[in-house]
Design a protein around this ligand. Structure first.
Ligand SMILES: Cc1cc2nc3c(=O)[nH]c(=O)nc-3n(C[C@H](O)[C@H](O)[C@H](O)COP(=O)(O)OP(=O)(O)OC[C@H]3O[C@@H](n4cnc5c(N)ncnc54)[C@H](O)[C@@H]3O)c2cc1C
Ligand SMILES: *[C@@H]1O[C@H](CO)[C@@H](O)[C@H](O)[C@H]1NC(C)=O
Ligand SMILES: CC(=O)N[C@H]1CO[C@H](CO)[C@@H](O)[C@@H]1O
Length: 496
């Protein structure tokens, strides 16, 4: 099947390029790679193509590339990227496929490089480094490190991919060790011209810093070396489920977590979030908890969370983190239409309540859409986390100098059907932009927009501030002088 399709593609390409009407020669970008790696290209109709198309969390991101290129080793990525950029071919890079930004990790009519087979996960227990391939999902990395009672600063959901290590990265270990990007010590990067470099504090340090927030503007990452940390024989962790009865108390606890527990008891981690389920018309919350210490009882800093009415509570002593990541991920599946948007504020008790009330009212007005779900999270970035980043060499996120805890505000909406998505997503955008204005008027807005929770049309890199944008431009000019990652690859781009 793949072969027939590719033959057809070659034939039609030949016909097209012979046409005198076309000013530019059309290159068959898939065939370019297929000539070198015939077994690693999947065309529409093949099982490989179908599988890769299903590897996106949001159905809006499952586009129709002419082919997927599914390499196994770095040298193959390097050859392919060199060919693609030399021939001005549109291409995308996909790791775990969990970003909801359309066109960031996929395209229509181009080549999508699926890093699915990059499954390296080697733990160096002496130097406390995990070397991980971009094709891993977080549960795989947790499992590998669990074997040594070690843990990295990773995402909290089992199936999410390593793209998070480019963005910022909210994790169980944030309060103690800072953001995920700041805990990557080295990356193997395939540059636009196919050259492979290591970016670290000692090797191409400018690229290393740029990649801590600069995302997919510089190359294809084929390996991440991340720090791992020891944890005790057991830790406390689990998920607490709440219903409507808990909602009146929830934002007070969330505020308390931002300004007190996350600051003063750094072994804690909570992901405060609630969802509105269109089918039931009710709010619910599945809140992940972690306490990185060997003890059987919750510490006083977390006790208030179980003093309010809860429905189900799985917090227990556990020797491993991987099961927690699966438990968190339960209920998140691929295939619905998703849009997430985000902005950042300074933590404020009253405004926390107001935001929840407003988003709840918005969600209720969309309950009639099939499969409607609205998810809202409030996640802290403490001054200590920012200091950790500076200690680790600095990043380009522009968070330096905060004196109070920031709160990343996440808003996601889900629809079953793509037909409902346009209208819903437009209303969602309007709602969030309005809310952001209210935050600005109250003097609570921080400019930062976290890449990992952003929508395609939110100006992420701009939000890092002029100095960081200028730095990123300079690094892009040095490592991608022809601007291939700017013009040929979609996603969040450095403003020009
Ligand atoms: C259910 C769920 C839970 C989540 N939980 C968390 C969480 O706990 N903490 C958190 O911080 N975020 C979380 N996120 C957000 C998540 O971090 C982002 O969606 C992240 O981008 C996912 O990475 P990915 O590899 O799965 O995505 P992809 O869509 O594959 O990639 C995202 C972007 O990165 C680029 N990219 C990926 N890999 C490479 C590479 N190797 N080289 C070059 N470019 C690359 C892609 O081109 C794309 O633009 C969650 C998202 C979901 C849906
Ligand atoms: C590839 O690009 C890098 C970064 O611009 C450059 O240092 C290197 O010399 C280039 N290699 C070749 C073979 O052109
Ligand atoms: C999937 C995704 O978009 N992940 C992003 C997380 O944030 C970094 C940069 O800040 C992006 O490069 C990643 O693409």
């Amino acid at each position: 099947m793949a072969r027939t399709a590719s033959l057809l593609a070659l034939v039609s390409a030949a016909v097209v390029s012979a046409s005198p009407l076309l000013e530019t020669r059309q290159v068959d970008c898939c065939a370019l790679i297929e000539n070198v790696y015939p077994d690693k290209i999947s065309y529409p109709g093949s099982s490989g193509y179908v599988t890769e198309t299903g590897n996106y969390w949001s159905s809006t991101c499952s586009l129709a590339p002419n082919c997927y290129f599914i390499p196994d080793v770095t040298a193959e990525v390097a050859t392919a990227v060199g060919l693609l950029t030399a021939n001005s071919c549109t291409f995308s890079v996909r790791a775990g496929g969990h970003h909801s930004s359309v066109g960031a990790a996929g395209n229509t009519g181009g080549v999508t490089i699926a890093l699915t087979n990059f499954k390296q996960r080697d733990i160096d227990p002496v130097n406390n480094i995990a070397s991980i391939g971009p094709g891993n999902r977080f549960h795989e990395v947790y499992t590998a490190a669990d074997a040594y009672n070690k843990v990295g600063v990773l995402g909290r959901y089992a199936q999410v991919g390593t793209g998070l290590l480019l963005g910022a990265g909210l994790s169980y270990l944030n309060n103690l060790e800072g953001l995920s990007v700041d805990n990557v010590v080295a990356r193997e990067v395939v540059l636009a011209n196919g050259t492979v470099v290591i970016a670290s504090a000692d090797s191409h340090p400018d690229l290393h810093k740029a990649l801590k927030g600069g995302g997919d503007n510089f190359g294809v990452i084929t390996r991440y070396d991340i720090k791992v940390f020891d944890y005790p024989e057991t830790i406390l962790g689990g998920l607490v489920t709440y219903g409507e009865e808990a909602m009146p108390f929830y934002d007070d606890l969330t505020y308390h977590y931002h300004v007190d527990a996350a600051v003063n008891d750094k072994l804690t981690h909570i992901l405060p979030q609630w969802g509105f389920n269109g089918a039931t018309g009710q709010r619910e919350s599945f809140t992940p908890f972690l306490y990185l210490n060997q003890q059987s009882q919750l510490p006083p800093s977390l006790q208030p969370w179980v003093d309010i009415p809860w429905v189900h509570n799985t917090i227990r002593e556990t020797p491993d983190l991987a099961p927690l990541s699966f438990e968190n991920h339960d209920g998140y599946f691929n295939g619905d239409a998703q849009q997430q948007r985000t902005f950042t504020i300074f933590a404020d008790r009253e405004f926390f309540h107001e935001i929840s009330e407003r988003f709840h009212a918005f969600a209720q007005s969309w309950a009639h859409i099939e499969g409607f779900y609205a998810l809202h999270c409030k996640m802290p970035i403490t001054p200590y986390m920012v200091e950790k980043g500076i200690e680790n060499g600095g990043n380009v996120l522009g968070l330096e100098g905060i004196e109070q805890t920031l709160s990343i505000q996440y808003f996601g909406v889900t629809a079953k059907n793509l037909e409902d998505a346009d209208e819903l997503f437009a209303a969602h955008e309007e709602f969030i932009e309005n809310l952001r204005e209210i935050a600005r008027e109250k003097g609570l807005l921080h400019r930062y927009i976290m890449w990992n929770y952003s929508a395609f049309n939110q100006a992420v890199i701009d939000s890092y501030g002029a100095d960081n944008v200028a730095f990123l431009k300079q690094v892009a000019e040095a490592y991608d002088p022809t601007g291939a990652f700017h013009t040929l690859v979609g996603g969040q781009k450095i403003p020009q």
